[in-house]
Design a protein around this ligand. Structure first.
Ligand code: CTP
Length: 448
């Protein structure tokens, strides 16, 4: 009895997969097929897989060729599986030639001929358009967006807008984009969507104009500094079946999503406290310290720092307070306390005060610890009184991490999904509301 094992994503199952499975099956008596799980694919940089793991498993099952189907979750699992199932032959397509020779220590490795002219990537590209995105703004974050967008299928950054012509031209030249500086409407023509990465106070007007011209909008944080404006924009987008997404990058990062789902499934009991902080020192002169450009720690960092509290404890908080250290009219440090009937949360923000940028979520059964910089989540630990039960989780936070939000944005456009569970309209509006209250100096004390 010869056992054969093969692995794959098997997205949009096609003739190449069928041929491969047939050839693998013919090598022995029993065929085990490992199908990658969704997170594992995302971690390996496969962000565009169409079918979810259940659909892919069903498709492999429907071929009738697999005697057993298993899920591939982690790097190194192939060695475990080969030993656990007593596998004789590991088979894979010839596009992997040589890559799995390390398995020869455990079983025979066979590279099977690959079927020419078909692949999941090809099929994914066939039945969809390429969405053209224009960038508004030419700062640091805009410069990160262009290379990150290259990791996502179906989008192409084509143009850039900055009212300052020389900045638009420089950026355009640097990234080979068409540059616009005068007429914003002219820039919007021909685009499917825009990414707004301009100064905070310009977000609302740009987003509004783009939506009114039928464009989807991905907007940097903070979407707006005013809850009413955020609600108006989301309302308009929903009514007109347009996508508006706040680019709160951590919300879309796989490790952060895993923290939220773990906590929601009760691994630390009832959550009683969420403490998050971000501090990034800045040097004058800069926008962050400019009062007239909505500078300050809250306007700069509250969107990300409040995210864990809002995702985990919800939007129905009962009271708020702000405690700030102010220099030249700008808060260089603010602690925001958000109280719920059942829990409390704090966000500590600094642009002129340095503090540890970690995240601690405490519950009746244990706590989750995410070391600084927690907002680029790549590692976290679930900790208990009995330390033997502690569990560490490792992820890779790829590149500048913007690819995750871009992928979500594109997937929303393609599937006509006007809200994302990773950052819902309600959550985004609640955060805008907190920022608004701070700027109105409500519930506010100043440290002197
Ligand atoms: N395969 C094949 N012939 C093809 C496509 C895939 O023999 N034309 C094989 C691969 O070599 C692998 C298995 O099918 O052994 C699963 O591959 P998978 O990565 O799921 O398929 P692709 O179509 O290559 O997917 P993608 O385009 O996403 O890389």
């Amino acid at each position: 009895m010869k056992k054969v094992i093969t692995y794959g994503t098997f997205d949009l199952l096609h003739q190449g997969h069928l041929n491969l499975l047939r050839r693998a099956k013919a090598l022995g008596d029993e065929l085990i097929v490992g199908v990658t799980n969704d997170n594992f694919d995302r971690e390996r940089g496969k962000l565009n897989v169409r079918n979810n793991v259940l659909e892919r498993v069903e498709a492999v099952k429907a071929t009738g060729l697999a005697d057993k189907i298993i899920i591939e979750d982690y790097v190194g699992q192939k060695i475990d599986d080969i030993q656990r199932y007593g596998v004789d032959i590991f088979a894979i397509g010839s596009d992997w030639e040589g890559k799995f020779d390390y398995l020869k220590e455990y079983c025979q490795v066979v590279y099977l001929p690959r079927t020419e002219g078909i692949s999941s990537t090809m099929l994914r590209n066939q039945d969809k358009d390429i969405f053209e995105i224009g960038i508004v703004g030419t700062g640091r974050i805009a410069a990160r967006f262009v290379p990150e967008a290259a990791f996502v299928d179906s989008v192409k950054v084509t143009s850039v807008y900055n009212p300052n012509a020389s900045e638009a031209d420089n950026f355009g030249e640097r990234f080979s984009l068409e540059a616009f500086s005068g007429d914003f409407g002219e820039f919007l023509k021909g685009l499917d969507a825009i990414y707004i990465a301009s100064p905070h106070l310009t977000h609302y007007e740009y987003a509004k104009e783009a939506l009114h011209r039928g464009k989807h909008v991905l907007c940097e944080i903070p979407l707006t500094l005013d809850r009413g404006q955020a609600e108006e924009l989301y309302g308009y987008a929903k009514e007109h079946s347009l996508i508006l997404l706040e680019a709160s990058k951590t919300a879309f990062c796989p490790a952060f999503n895993h923290i939220v789902t773990l906590i929601k499934s009760g691994v630390i009991g009832d959550v009683v406290d969420v403490q998050a902080s971000i501090s990034k020192m800045v040097e004058p002169p800069c926008r962050e310290l400019d009062r007239d450009m909505a500078g300050g720690a809250v306007n700069e960092h509250a969107s990300l720092t409040l995210l864990p509290a809002i995702k985990i404890l919800g939007t129905d908080f009962t009271d708020l307070s702000f405690h700030s250290k102010v220099i030249d009219g700008v808060d260089v440090y603010t602690k925001v306390i958000v109280n719920y009937p059942f829990a409390t949360a704090s966000a500590t923000l600094g642009i002129g005060v340095k503090t540890e940028g970690n995240l601690v979520i405490s519950g009746t059964g244990g706590y989750v610890y995410v070391p600084a910089p927690w907002w680029l989540t790549s590692f976290f630990e679930v900790r208990y009184e009995d330390q033997r039960k502690n569990k560490k989780f490792f992820y890779s936070y790829e590149g500048d991490g913007l690819r995750y939000e871009i992928q979500e944005f594109v997937s929303m456009i393609m599937n006509g999904r006007t809200s994302s569970y990773k950052l819902s309209r309600k959550e985004s509006c609640a955060i805008a509301g907190i920022i608004e209250k701070f700027n109105a100096r409500q519930f506010y004390t100043e440290l002197i």
